[in-house]
Design a protein around this ligand. Structure first.
Ligand SMILES: C=CC1=C(C)c2cc3[nH]c(cc4nc(cc5[nH]c(cc1n2)c(C)c5CCC(=O)O)C(CCC(=O)O)=C4C)c(C)c3C=C
Ligand SMILES: [Fe+2]
Length: 530
């Protein structure tokens, strides 16, 4: 069977050294981004019959440019037969491109109702929504990973953490206008995508399914059913794949499908495909480069500005123990953007750091706050922050970067500060998303829903399924720690202190839940035992 492996795929060539967290700060000024050597997608494509990537759909359609992705599109479990036949018959490249494209479009649009499901995180719309939103987030086993034996504590723990965190989060949301802008922006992106698809002769309806707040993914699926969509493209709005974001949303979608599929004739017949990540797409990279270029020009000396990519972090164990491809994809993404800027004559230094860590475990490094301080100490005077893991403005751009990190930068000796806006509805970006959808249409249905009988995954096609399976098998029993215990406030001690504190909290919670007595009951956070 043909499939694309998402992770833990080979590290992009030359990237791991460059972005090694300890080397990162040194490499930005002295080493030009070496990445640019090999920017092709690192996912490998295997086929038991063809033996290599070039032997597949890919063998033929790679020669035809607009579908050349199309290696990158390899999330299908089989090549699209009709398009393949058509491609190999074509000889004149540009004519073939147009004919192939429009034929494929006709083929997949005729008598079909096409839907695009945008998956996103969701955010509280009012301050009253904050605590329940946080509960949903922390109740997600892809956000707080508990060993199987302790899963029964997931919800009480989520309740505890959400109540404890809510005041701080509320302050943040209050400072950006009393709620998250995510729903509005995602809706606008959906509208723009629908128009862009229409402009490319693909009439499709776009749905928004949020993971932790309204409109929930379940609501979107209900609407999709009501509308009688026959072909669905699932598009997470995260450029890079992480277990904690796209992975979690796809897992939820899979559970919705598998819960309903036996009694739901409609879901059984609905064909779909998934675009797991799209950070390497040319349109996205170019749109990011254009936004950066525009902001650079606002500095007094644009060529002296350090381009500071700040990505949302994930706990280190996701990458090191669960095989999350997030870090590798992030690094490759930054390299692609820097290469595009270089092509445009911009040779600025750059660095990548990770922000927004929560809780007591170690997260991906270098941390954004520590890096800003270090850059200031090294004499950097101009910093342009680029939020890189998300395509909408949200609390972490509007509050954490614009307020907290800006203040920290100015205190650390940075004189000139700027921030690149999130892509939002930027037309090149939306048009590229539309192209991604169109290019994925031939793959819709490659994973038949009826495959459930064969115990195949419904939603995550090949790669994601593999990734999640690997993740599942690892997370029950984490490998023993490699860090030697040290007393005091070292990093390893910090981690273990955190874990010990977490265990203590868990023990207290178990005690409370079983005895019905304790602080949480006194404060009315947990209901009294019957
Ligand atoms: C690619 C982006 C994101 C990753 C990866 C991610 C992982 C992750 N997040 C938390 C905890 C929180 N995230 C919160 C908000 C939030 N997270 C993202 C994106 C990613 N998260 C966004 C876009 C937002 C903002 C939504 C909005 O309302 O604007 C929050 C709530 C805000 C706060 O209290 O700080 C928490 C908590 C974890 C634990 C995690 C990985 C395991
Ligand atoms: Fe987050």
């Amino acid at each position: 069977m043909l499939h694309v492996r998402l992770a833990p795929g080979p590290a992009p060539r030359n990237l791991s050294r460059r972005w090694d967290s300890s080397a990162c700060l040194h490499s930005w000024c002295s080493v030009p981004c070496p990445s640019r050597l090999n920017l092709s997608r690192t996912y490998s494509i295997k086929s038991s019959s063809a033996g290599s990537a070039t032997g597949l759909c890919l063998g033929q359609c790679c020669r035809i440019k607009p579908l050349s992705c199309k290696c990158k599109l390899g999330w299908s479990s089989q090549p699209p037969p009709d398009s393949r036949q058509h491609f190999s018959a074509s000889s004149s490249a540009s004519e073939a491109i147009l004919t192939a494209q429009s034929d494929i479009q006709k083929l997949f649009v005729a008598n079909e109702k096409i839907g695009v499901l945008l998956l996103n995180l969701g955010g509280p719309e009012t301050l009253d929504d904050v605590q329940p939103f946080l509960f949903n987030l922390f109740a997600d086993p892809d956000i707080i990973r508990l060993p199987r034996a302790l899963r029964f504590l997931q919800k009480p723990l989520a309740q505890f953490i959400s109540v404890a965190r809510a005041p701080k989060s509320k302050e943040g949301y209050a400072s950006i206008g009393g709620g998250s802008p995510l729903r509005q922006i995602t809706d606008a992106q959906g509208e723009a995508l629908m128009e862009a698809l229409c402009g490319k002769d693909i009439p499709a309806k776009v749905y928004v399914g949020m993971r932790y707040w309204h409109p929930f993914t379940e609501e979107a699926i209900e609407q999709i059913k009501k509308d009688g969509i026959t072909k669905l493209v699932v598009l997470p709005l995260y450029p890079q794949f992480s277990i904690s974001t796209s992975g979690s949303s796809l897992r939820l979608l899979e559970s919705i499908f598998s819960c309903n599929v036996r009694e739901d004739e409609y879901l059984v017949n609905m064909q779909h495909t998934v675009i797991p990540s799209w950070y390497q797409r040319e349109g996205y990279i170019k749109a990011m480069a254009t936004l950066i270029e525009k902001e650079l020009l606002k500095f007094p000396k644009p060529q002296k500005v350090m381009i500071f990519f700040s990505a949302h972090g994930v706990p280190l164990a996701y990458v090191e123990e669960a095989g999350d491809p997030y870090k590798a994809e992030m690094e490759e993404c930054v390299d692609l953007i820097m290469e595009e800027l270089e092509k445009r004559g911009m040779e600025n230094p750059c660095t990548l750091a990770y922000q927004s860590r929560v809780g007591p475990v170690e997260w991906l490094k270098p941390y954004t706050d520590e890096t800003i301080i270090a850059l200031g100490q090294r004499g950097v005077k101009s910093l342009l922050a680029v939020p890189i893991s998300f395509v909408s403005e949200h609390i972490e751009t509007l509050e954490e970067i614009d307020v907290e990190y800006k203040e920290l930068a100015l205190q650390s000796g940075i004189k000139h500060w700027g921030r690149v806006p999130a892509l939002g509805c930027e037309p090149t970006f939306i048009s590229d998303l539309a192209d991604a959808v169109i290019e994925s249409l031939p793959y819709v249905g490659a994973m038949a829903v009826s495959n459930l009988e064969a115990r195949q995954s419904l939603v995550p096609l090949g790669s994601v399924e593999e990734l999640l399976a690997a993740y599942d098998s690892k997370r029950d029993m984490l490998p023993p720690p490699v860090i030697v215990w040290e007393w005091g406030w070292t990093k390893s001690a910090e981690t273990w202190n955190g874990r010990a504190a977490m265990l203590a909290v868990l023990a207290l919670l178990v005690l409370e839940v079983t005895t019905g007595q304790g602080l949480l009951h006194q404060w009315g956070i947990l209901p009294p035992l019957p």
